[in-house]
Each structure stands twice: as C-alpha cells, then as structure tokens.
Design a binder for this molecule. Structure first.
Ligand code: URP
Ligand code: ZN
Ligand code: ZN
Length: 478
C-alpha cells in the first residue's frame, strides 16, 4: 500500500483551520499530525512513497456533489455527460464523490431502473458515486421497493410536484411515499414547483407568441415555488418524514424552509451555484449572433434562475450563512446547444432543462469566500461535510480524520482559475454556462481514496477507479 504525506498546508474543516500534515496509507487517512512531525526517511515513520507539498495552500476534504444527472433521459434527449465524462470533469474541479439520480418514469419498475443505473456507472467512474432514487408514480410496489433500496444504500428518494405526465406525483402519492420515509428514516427530496399552474402559464405565453427562453422563468414565478415548498413542508410535518428541498431558488421558498426549521422540523434545503450567480436579465434574456434568441437556452433549468431585482440571490447567500439552506449541489444536468437545447427554438417549453456545473462548484463557492459571503470553514461545510452528513456518508467522506477515505483536495488561494471557457472545461458540452467567470483560487491536487487523480500535470486518474458508496441514513436529523 502506498503512503502519501501532504505536508505544509492548512487543514480546513467545517469547524476550524490549523496547520497540519496529513498521512495517507492506501485508501485511508491514517493520521493528522503537527506540521513537520513526520521525519522523512526516519525509522520512526518508515518510508513515505510520495510527498505533496501544500505550503501556503488549503487541505480540505474532497467535494461531494449530492445532485447530479449523468446520462439522464430527459426532455426528449439524454444529459450529455456520461458517468465517465461527468465524473472526470468533477475530479478536475475538486469533487471526489457524486450522488446521482436513478430515474423512474411512470410504470417503470423501480428496482429494474436501479439495476440499470448500477450497470451504467460500474467501471466508468473516476470518483466514488452513490444514488438517490426518483419516484414518479407511487404504487404499493414503490413502497416495498423503497425498503429494498434502503438496504442497498439508496436512502433518499426524490419526488416532483412539477412535470405533469413525466415526473409529477399528486399530493396523495407524495403523502404515501413520505409515510414510508417517516417509517424508515429515509430522506424525502422534493422538486417543489406547482406544475399544474406552470403548464397553464406556459400554454398562455406560447399562445400570446412568447417563445424565447426568458419565458421559461416568467412562466415559473416564485409563487409557484413558494406554494409547492409550503405544501411539501406540510406533508413532511403531517407524516414526520425528513424533507430535503432540492434546487431552491426563490427567497420566499427559503422563508418557508426557515420557518419550518425554526419550529424544529427536519426540513432542509439545497441551493446551486446558478441561483447564487445567474439571473433572468443577464442570462435567460441574452441574445447572441450565433444563437439569436436561443442564446438564453444555455441557462434554462428548473427551478429557473430568477430576476436579479427581487432579492433572490442575496437571500440565497444569506441563507447559506444562517444555515437556513444547508448545502450547495450543482443539479448538474448538461445539454449541448447543438441538437439538444436547439430543440427549443421557437418554443421555450421544449428546451431541455438543465445546466452543467459539476466541474466548477468548488471554485464558484470558493469565490464566495473571497467575496466575503461565506467563511472558509463554511465553504468546506456546504460543499463536503454537510452533504456527507445529510446523505449518510459522514466519517468515511466529508472530513479529514484518521479512518476516513483519503478524498483530499489541495486548494491554492493564491492560484487563479478562468472557468468555463469551452476549450478549457472538461464536461461533455459544446458551451459553458460559466464562460467568463474568474476565480481567485485553484484546485491543485485531487486525491480520491488515496490515489492522486489530478495534479500539476492535469488529470491522471482512471475510469473505473470510482466505487459505489453504500450510504446509511442521514446523520443530519435532529
Ligand atoms: O433543470 C433541471 N433541474 N434539470 C434536471 C432535473 C431536475 O429537476 O433536477
Ligand atoms: Zn428537480
Ligand atoms: Zn436535478
């Protein structure tokens, strides 16, 4: 087993920072030591195979992106990153674990779908991966499948109040699944938007001749997110199931989550970089020579990026500081412009929903530290430690301590990253939603279970190194 010493850096955790050396043996962290306490080559420590000099740099637990959609069949096409390309891009950006979604469309057999996703990912991934399960229709068999999946380490289930005829479950179906969540302790994840109202608004906008991508957001107003968030919180309260609201973008939805948390309920929320940085005015309404009105399709995702003038972005950053929102995932669901986003030319409702960001989350959130929105420790907490705790991986993932998997990132606060240029990112997309974003920091070294997968020469990992993470129940419940 190879040993690696990461020396000279500042180890940052969710609760503090300290100069320390980290000793890795095989796949595990075996010691966190006072700086310089390993005397290289001495009899005391034996031989260290590799030394990584982290002087002047941060040493942090590898990022965990708990919301990705590799190869997702959606919107009449497939998300353009495979498990191979998407996890490689994630590694480039300092993410060492993902939790992806197994998709079940109505009438599909849930356990068969789970088997299919295991097959898709096996032997393909550069980093470790787990699964959540999407439930689109809730039947008796779905409830027994939930038990089975929990024993397989799939301990979280996503349902939708939007996408009628595709994913939408009615309130009774959601209620039944939540009852099972309460019984088992499984985390119930909700896509919270009022899909029925959105369908009417979309139809009316199209009839009025509004076809451009900005109408994606204009037909999904914040009220539809607030209403659905309130509704699923009530279902969570009625049943006692823990609730995790995904991709929160509206200030008013955060207020609903905060109110439930203030009353002591196990209600949690995730936001994504797009809701912290991007807007209806600057992105969805953009026009370009190459794509004309379709340009804004690059940023079509649901929930939508919202108006800069309504205070949503400010509320998201604030909620990350106050822990009303607990973590940041990407909702990575990339589509190319060519042949994919293009499907929505002349009809915004046909643009496949999704943005690709899995490579950039650690950098984008680090910029939040530089800009004074969050602390260094909070950066580690919302990108790694809380995702590990929220989804039953903590101890193995999300922390630098003896016994944990050696998933480690050396991050240079004096480095610089120009993210998102199409020539320089590694996601399987023909554009970047983040082109032009400049980050005052740089991912220098990435280690996944003791293997260096990114260093100064670039990506040196391998397809198939990533292993399935059999998760436990959430460790975040109160
Ligand atoms: O636009 C999005 N979010 N696409 C992925 C599917 C989902 O709802 O998370
Ligand atoms: Zn969703
Ligand atoms: Zn998603």
């Amino acid at each position: 087993m190879a040993t690696t010493l990461i020396t000279g850096g500042t180890v940052v955790s969710a609760t503090g920072r300290a100069p320390a050396d980290v000793l890795v043996d095989g796949e595990k962290i075996v010691a966190v030591l006072a700086p310089g306490s390993v005397l290289l080559g001495s009899d005391l420590t034996g031989t260290v195979d590799r030394v990584i000099d982290a002087t002047g740099k941060y040493v942090i637990p590898g990022g965990i992106d708990a919301h990705t959609h590799m190869e997702m069949p959606f919107g009449g096409t497939f998300a353009s990153d495979t498990f191979e390309t998407g996890t490689r891009a994630a590694a480039w950006g300092g993410t060492t674990s993902i939790v992806d979604f197994v998709v079940q469309y109505p009438d599909q057999n849930i356990l068969e779908q789970y088997g299919l996703w295991q097959e898709k990912a096996a032997g393909e991934c550069a980093i470790d991966y787990g699964f959540h399960q999407i439930l689109s229709d809730v039947q008796d068999s779905s409830l027994t499948a939930m038990d089975e999946l929990i024993s397989e380490g799939v301990t979280s289930f996503k349902l939708f109040t939007a996408y009628k005829g595709v994913f939408l479950s009615d309130d009774g179906q959601i209620f039944r699944a939540f009852q099972k969540g309460a019984q088992t302790g499984a985390m119930m994840m909700m896509h919270a938007e009022n899909g029925s109202i959105i369908d009417v608004l979309q139809q009316q906008a199209l009839e009025a001749g509004h076809t451009g991508p900005e109408w994606h957001a204009l037909t999904r107003p914040w009220e539809t997110e607030e209403e659905a968030t309130h509704r699923v919180i009530m279902i969570s309260r009625l049943t006692g199931a823990p609730l995790y609201v995904v991709h929160v973008s509206a200030k008013q939805a955060v207020q609903q989550i905060a109110a439930a948390r203030d009353e002591g309920f196990n209600v949690f929320g995730e936001t994504c970089p797009q809701y912290l940085y991007l807007s209806l005015e600057e992105q969805l309404a953009a026009r370009s020579e190459e794509w004309g009105e379709l340009e804004g399709a690059k940023w079509v995702c649901s929930t939508p990026v919202r108006s800069r003038h309504e205070g949503h972005q400010h509320a998201m950053w604030q909620s990350l500081r106050t822990n009303d929102i607990q973590m940041v995932s990407t909702d990575h669901c990339p589509f190319c412009m060519k042949d994919q986003k293009e499907m929505g030319r002349g009809n915004f409702a046909k643009i496949p929903n999704g943005i690709g960001s899995v490579e950039h989350r650690m950098d984008l959130m680090y910029q939040g530290v530089v800009d004074g929105f969050i602390t260094l420790e909070r950066w580690v907490e919302i990108t790694s430690t809380t995702p590990a705790r929220m989804f039953g991986m903590y101890g193995r993932k999300g922390v630098i301590q003896p016994g944990a998997d050696a998933d480690i990132v050396v991050y240079d606060p004096n480095g610089h990253t120009s993210i998102g240029l199409n020539e320089t990112h590694h996601m399987n997309m023909d554009y970047s939603a983040w082109e032009g974003y400049e980050i005052d920091g740089h991912v220098d070294v990435v280690m996944s279970r003791g293997q260096v997968v990114v260093d100064e020469t670039g990506y040196i990992g391998r397809k198939g190194h990533g292993r399935y993470i059999k998760r436990g129940l959430s460790q975040y419940l109160s």
